[in-house]
Design a protein around this ligand. Sequence first.
Ligand code: ZN
Length: 166
Amino acid sequence: MDKQNKTIVDDMVVTLDYLLQLEDGQEIDRSDSQEPLQFLQGHGQIVPGLEQSLYGMRTGDEKKVVVAAADAYGEFDSEDFETVSRNIFPPDMALQEGEQLQLRDSESGKVFQATVSELKEDEVILDFNHPLAGETLIFQVKIADLRDATSEELGHGHVHGVGHHH
Ligand code: ZN
C-alpha cells in the first residue's frame, strides 16, 4: 500500500507533532522537533481521548482535538488528599506549597507523585491528583509519520526509535 494512503489503526507506530494547551490558552507541552513523540497506537501510551481521535488520520493530517478531563487525566478528586507529618521529610528539605514531589512507599517501593497542597507547622497536606486532573486538554496535532510496527516492537509493547537498541 502506498505510504500516503495508510490510515491510523491499532499497532501502528505514530510520530506525532503536538501542542498541548489548556482552555485558557496556557501552553503545557509541545513536541520537540529533534525528538518527536512516537508511540504504538492502541496500547494506551497517550491519553485515551487523544488516542481515540487519531484513528483514520494519514501522514500530514492536522487536527485540533479537545479532550475532556475524564478522557485525559481524570476528574479532580477533592478526597484525594492526605495529611502527613512534616518529619517524614528530611529536616533540611525546603518544602513549598505547589511543589511537586516524587514519593516512594517504603513498603512497596512504588513511586508516586504528589503536590504539596498546604504547609502547616508540623504537618503537610499532600494532593495526589494528577497536576492536570480536572483540566480539559486542547491538542493541536499533526501526523508526522506513520508506519507498521515490527513484530519485535509489538512483542516489547513499545517503539524502537533512533537510539533505542536492545
Ligand atoms: Zn524494546
